[in-house]
Design a protein around this ligand. Structure first.
Ligand code: NAP
Length: 222
């Protein structure tokens, strides 16, 4: 990539899609910082890639909001943030315990919102703020009411923020990726997934997303 290496924070870098994003960014000449919950995987990723790393947990929203300022300090500025944090749970709405519903809202909505809220003042003009929501916000399936509601809450929030930062040229991206083969549904905290279509290839989907994000940075620099 021409010019200065884009400095990008990946949150949820310890997950399948987050790890794809980190390697994809490095392959494209960017300079990532990484944040994740599982400290053993986070440390291993930081050692493998040389990226600055920050632990985050969805239940520490103040800590989530500090991730972008910390990354900006470590990288000498911040061009973009990509949030790939999430967890599913399944079952008819009347069978989902409130504690599970609260967990889904915290991890899938409040955590990404806190990360990106903290990023708004530090991301450079012409940068990007992105989160992976999913195709589920367009076509919520039966048995996913609480997961889909959390992702939809995040999606609506991103839409409003997009208008709030438009004058600064910041691209707010609601990445509605399709179901992919990452094993995500096997990590559900409750219930079993409904019948899903064959999973798309995560490498292809993430490559398209990264290309879009970096194209925006390149065009904003011109
Ligand atoms: N895979 C799909 O088919 C698909 C489709 C559309 C959208 N998405 C979305 O894409 C994102 C990533 O999915 P994936 O397939 O890469 O799943 P994944 O491998 O399970 O990754 C999930 C990520 O969320 C983090 N996380 C979970 N609970 C957390 C908590 N309490 N606090 C902080 N972080 C937490 C995990 O952190 P640790 O690993 O450090 O615990 C991990 O980094 C999710 O938002 C998902 O909803 C996935």
């Amino acid at each position: 990539m021409d010019g200065e290496a884009p400095r990008v924070l990946v949150v949820g870098a310890t997950g399948e899609l987050g790890t794809h994003a980190v390697h994809g960014l490095l392959a494209r000449g960017a300079q990532p910082a990484v944040a994740g919950r599982d400290t053993a995987r986070l440390d291993a990723l930081a050692i493998r890639t040389g990226c600055p790393a920050f632990p985050i947990d969805a239940y520490d929203l103040d800590g989530c909001a500090r991730a972008a300022p910390r990354a900006a300090a470590a990288l000498g500025g911040l061009d973009g943030v990509l949030v790939a944090v999430g967890v599913p749970a399944f079952g008819s709405a009347d069978s989902v315990p409130d504690a599970v519903a609260e967990h889904l809202m915290t991890v899938n909505a409040l955590c990404p919102m806190a990360v990106l809220r903290g990023a708004v003042p530090v991301v450079r003009d012409g940068g990007f703020l992105a989160a992976i929501t999913g195709a589920i916000v367009e076509t919520p399936l039966m048995g996913t009411a609480d997961y889909a509601a959390a992702k939809s809450a995040l999606s609506v929030w991103l839409g409003v923020v997009s208008r709030e930062v438009r004058r600064r040229g910041v691209d707010v991206v609601d990445a509605r990726l399709p179901h992919m083969d990452t094993g995500f549904t096997t990590r559900a905290i409750a219930g079993s997934p409904p019948r899903l279509p064959a999973g798309a290839d995560p490498a292809t989907e993430m490559a398209a997303l990264l290309d879009r994000l970096l194209r925006h940075l390149a065009s904003a620099r011109r």
